[in-house]
Structures are given as structure tokens and as C-alpha cells.
Design a protein around this ligand. Structure first.
Ligand SMILES: [Zn+2]
Ligand SMILES: [Zn+2]
Length: 247
């Protein structure tokens, strides 16, 4: 699945515009069938069917234990889909930057996991964030070739936004909401850092997406809600970054 093929774009746009319905996904599956990608088409159909069926009580992680002989129809479908994605993992994730863990749902990449720095970028260590090298050696500075003089290395957000038009959640593996009392979980802007709990600090560009239309401090009743809100905001960050760099 080379997601950036121009002829795929209208299908992805339709899927992204109506993410809860299977129909736009199945339309794309039909098109793939007609264009020599029968297994990718089958994977989408199986994924839609799997998530449409009532929960059978078997967690996906238990599929391995059932691999020899799945005991229910839903697990058999899940296993077939699982085998397809294992076989085609490299070609179907060719546009996904390395080091990013992908989860599939209903035939498409639904969520990815990575660190905050991988997502938003980080200061260039080669030039210590100055954009110049040779500064210590005298007056002859040259632009840093690692960051191209830009001082920071770009994150993966734009790449992910372009490669995964169906992305619903981006899980930041190094972030944890600040817990203050039993029913109060919150995120903070990274400046100034809260040194007692740096895992709750967010880069401004992510924090602003959470804060849209809200007060300065955003509290969540549960840890799960706080994590989910951040994952949704980070996915939006990727989509916007992908659109911004597409032109
Ligand atoms: Zn089952
Ligand atoms: Zn540099």
C-alpha cells in the first residue's frame, strides 16, 4: 500500500471524511481489487468485518494461543487479517518512518506510538542547537550539515500525516498526565518545566491543540480521558503538519 499514490488520494479523503462508516473503505477495497492489489483489498474487508462483529471475548493478544485452531468465526477472521498484515508489513508501511509502532483497525493504520521528540523534533545535537559548527575553533563558522543550519531536527509529524490519512490516535509513549487528587488529571505546557513531573509537560504546539476553545488549564476526570485527549490532539497535529508540507 503506497499511500501517497495520487490515485489513492480521493479514496483516503472519502474515508477520512466519514471515518466511522465502512462503505468508503469498501469502495477503496473494490478499486484495489481491480488494480492488482487483491490481498490489500481482502485485508480491508476482513478488518471491517472483524470490527463489525460482536466482541467474542477473545482478546487479540490471545490469537497466538488460538492460532492452531481458532474457536470462533471472529477470531478466524482476525487471524487471517493478522497473517496478511504480517506478510505485507514492509510494503504496506513503506511510507511510515522507522521507529514508529503502528496499529491497524478496519483495514487502515488507526494509531501509532512514538516519543514526543520523535513527533515534534528536537534540538540538533551536532551543533548543540546553534545551527553552526566550528564556533569554538575561531571566527570561521560553517552551517551545520546535520540540521542544515536550522538548529532543530524535524519531527515525524508531517511524514505521518501524509502517510496515514486515517490516523485517529498518536500515542506519546513518554507522556503521563499530572495527577492532582483522585479526579484531576492535567497536561502542562513545557515552559516553564514542572521538574517534579516532566512527563506531563507538552510542547506548546501540542498543548495549544488541547486548549482550543477551553480555559488555560484543562483537567480531565480520569487518566484515560487525559491520554485519549492527547492522542487525538497529536493525531490532529500530524494531519495539519502533513497538509502544511504537502504543497
Ligand atoms: Zn474469538
Ligand atoms: Zn545542527
Amino acid at each position: 500500500m503506497t499511500t501517497t499514490l495520487p490515485e489513492h488520494a480521493p479514496f483516503y479523503a472519502a474515508i477520512a471524511a466519514d471515518p466511522d462508516r465502512d462503505a468508503p473503505r469498501l469502495v477503496f477495497a473494490d478499486w484495489l481489487d481491480e488494480h492488482g492489489e487483491a490481498e490489500r483489498a481482502e485485508f480491508i474487508r476482513l478488518g471491517c468485518e472483524y470490527w463489525r462483529m460482536p466482541y467474542c471475548g477473545h482478546e487479540p493478544e490471545l490469537l497466538d494461543a488460538q492460532r492452531a485452531a481458532p474457536t470462533c468465526a471472529r477470531c478466524r477472521i482476525g487471524l487471517t487479517a493478522d497473517n496478511l498484515v504480517r506478510t505485507h508489513n514492509i510494503e504496506w508501511t513503506v511510507n511510515i518512518p522507522s521507529g514508529v509502532l503502528c496499529k491497524w483497525r478496519r483495514g487502515f493504520i488507526d494509531s501509532v506510538s512514538l516519543t514526543t521528540r520523535q513527533l515534534v523534533g528536537e534540538p540538533c545535537e551536532h551543533c548543540k542547537g546553534t545551527g553552526l559548527v566550528g564556533a569554538a575553533d575561531g571566527p570561521y563558522h560553517v552551517g551545520c550539515h546535520v540540521c542544515d543550519g536550522k538548529r532543530t531536527l524535524p519531527g515525524l509529524a508531517a511524514d505521518l500525516g501524509r502517510a496515514c490519512p486515517t490516523l485517529r490516535a498518536v500515542v506519546l509513549t513518554d507522556r503521563e498526565p499530572y495527577e492532582d487528587g483522585a479526579h484531576d488529571f492535567s497536561w502542562w505546557e513545557s515552559a516553564p518545566p514542572r521538574r517534579d513531573h516532566p512527563q506531563s509537560d507538552l510542547p506548546n504546539e501540542l498543548y495549544e491543540l488541547l486548549a482550543v476553545g477551553e480555559s488555560m488549564f484543562i483537567n480531565y476526570d480520569t487518566r484515560a480521558l487525559a491520554l485519549s485527549a492527547l492522542a487525538t490532539a497529536a493525531a490532529r497535529f500530524c494531519r495539519e503538519a502533513g497538509r502544511g508540507s504537502a504543497n
